[in-house]
Design a protein around this ligand. Structure first.
Ligand code: GRF
Length: 217
């Protein structure tokens, strides 16, 4: 039996999806989203970038693209709830439809999750549910798998456990190490993240419990 629809963005199809990107590091996936947004008449608009790390490269990328960007450093807040409340002020002030976690190396707490569940996606460098958590590429090499890849999923209360939206596979060569595999996966990530955000912006992504339908016409 088909489950009740949990989330869809269908009602947004007549305007650009307002996107926030949360990133902790180099922000190459943020850059892919920025580049795709600039190239075509994009269906989404990145309106704010937030980072939890001082001097993250992601911040520089956002500023170069003229996007509002802020450092919100967790250790400057008394509690995780205080930190996430602060993030929510930025997200709410920018009228965010979708939060994209692109290399955001922090577990989302209940404050952020309650406000954006069903409207928050994460990018993970493995074919989930394999290799959850950190060092996914190292886990894949140690397990000896011949295929790994990347996954975009809705964020839920678990670690990399939310409903899967899209995946892309990458072959693991015997000679691959963590660094080469990371590079191969990133090539796919940059395409997958853009296509997932576009599909969401076009109202083609509909979540039914654990399962997500992608409507291709
Ligand atoms: C990506 O590999 C993503 O899968 C993981 O963190 C990395 C972020 O890379 N969650 P970047 O900061 O977008 O370059």
């Amino acid at each position: 039996m088909k489950q009740k629809q949990v989330s869809s963005f269908v009602e947004l199809t007549n305007r650009k999806l307002r996107v926030a990107v949360l990133a902790s590091g180099t922000g190459s996936n943020l850059q892919a989203l920025i580049d795709a947004q600039a190239k075509q008449d994009a269906s989404y608009e990145i309106v704010v970038v937030l980072t939890d790390k001082p001097n993250a490269k992601a911040l520089e990328r956002a500023k170069n693209a003229g996007i509002a960007a802020y450092e919100v450093i967790p250790k400057t807040f008394a509690t995780k709830n205080d930190y996430e409340q602060h993030l929510l002020v930025y997200l709410d002030n920018h009228g965010i439809d979708l939060v994209v976690l692109a290399g955001y190396m922090r577990i989302v707490g209940t404050t952020l999750l309650t406000a954006y569940e069903g409207r928050m996606i994460n990018l993970h460098p493995s074919l989930l549910p394999s290799f959850q958590g950190i060092d996914a590429q190292k886990q894949a090499i140690e397990a000896g798998v011949k295929l790994t890849g990347c996954t975009i999923h809705f964020v839920d209360a678990g670690l990399d456990t939310g409903p899967i939206i899209a995946q892309s596979a990458v072959a693991v060569d015997y000679h691959d190490d963590e660094a080469s595999l990371k590079q191969k996966i990133q090539v796919e990530e940059h395409k997958l993240i853009v296509s997932a955000v576009e599909l969401i912006a076009e109202g083609r992504v509909i979540q039914y419990g654990r399962r997500v339908e992608i409507k291709y016409e």
